[in-house]
Design a protein around this ligand. Structure first.
Ligand SMILES: [Ca+2]
Ligand SMILES: [Ca+2]
Length: 284
């Protein structure tokens, strides 16, 4: 440890994509990054397609990649379910593994590969009322790294400028999302939040404290602003068949505008690059 595995493929439609899997510690889930390109890497180790045993990880099946008609999936140590990472109509191009990324490649990864963070959805109740105390006890997922920035990375000056923590509940068919936005220059009506599931996307500006109605029966409540930023709660009844609670792909994005921004386009910081990429993989 650490260990990197880069899996490049030709995907449906003719494009190329790479999923980078980074093992930080054997007992922790690996982090996944996605790039719309094929990474050129050379490894001193044999191609792990047939399986590598992570000796450091102790017992287990180790790491392997399955290529079937259903697509490409990963088997990870200590996990009973394999993780689909590319859908059908995918051809594996290259699989390499490395103890560390060369510096030149690290720069390419920093610039072009985005973290795929999965927001866990817990079966807890909460109320969309602008009081975030019903989220205490849930560890928020921090979305605060350069690798979460989808656009405007050169405008972003760090987590105080724009970042957020997010947690989610699904209770009695209602999806509720709690977000604490960190922004040292909150511009009401201009800074936006976006919440996306495969069933719909809601985009709304930050507003004064209060509860507001949105499309499709959704509502959002904001807390009072503080020097830190602003908190909000979002709720929406989910129509139709909700998959298993932990398998509802959910993306939260913050679109940050600052007073001194000359470009006019927001910094976009997001929990995952797109819902399509999230849909390809089941929870880690
Ligand atoms: Ca509440
Ligand atoms: Ca702002």
């Amino acid at each position: 440890m650490p260990l990197w595995v880069a899996i490049s493929a030709e995907i449906e439609g003719g494009g190329q994509a790479t999923i980078l899997v980074e093992f930080v510690a054997p007992e922790e889930p690996p982090s996944l990054r996605y790039g719309e390109t094929s990474l050129q890497l050379e490894s001193p180790y044999p191609n792990p397609k047939e399986g590598i045993h992570l000796a450091v990880a102790g017992v287990g099946r180790g790491f392997s990649i399955d290529e079937t008609e259903a697509g490409v999936s990963l088997n990870l140590p200590h996990r009973s379910r394999s993780i689909p990472i590319f859908g059908p109509e995918t051809t594996l191009v290259d699989v390499v593994w490395l103890d560390e990324l060369p510096l030149s490649v690290q720069q390419e990864v920093d610039e072009n590969f985005r973290l795929i963070e999965r927001i866990r959805i817990l079966p807890n109740p909460s109320r969309v009322d602008g009081d975030l105390s019903d989220w205490s006890g849930n560890r928020a997922l921090p979305i605060d790294s350069i690798s979460n920035i989808l656009s405007g990375a050169d405008q972003w000056s760090g987590s105080r400028d724009a970042s957020f923590g997010v947690a989610a509940h699904l209770h009695r068919g209602r999806l509720e999302v709690g977000v604490r936005v960190r922004d040292d220059d909150v511009l009401l009506e201009r800074d936006h939040l976006e919440i996306e599931t495969e069933y719909g996307t809601w985009s709304f500006p930050l507003k004064d404290s209060g509860v507001y109605s949105l499309a499709d029966g959704a509502e959002v409540a904001f807390t009072e602003q503080s020097g830190f930023g602003v908190g909000l709660e979002f709720g929406v009844p989910m129509a139709g068949n909700i998959p298993q609670i932990d398998q509802l792909p959910l993306i939260v994005r913050y679109l940050d505008v600052d007073t001194d921004d000359q470009t006019g386009s927001p910094v976009v910081i997001s929990s995952a690059p797109s819902i399509d990429i999230l849909l390809r993989s089941t929870p880690l």
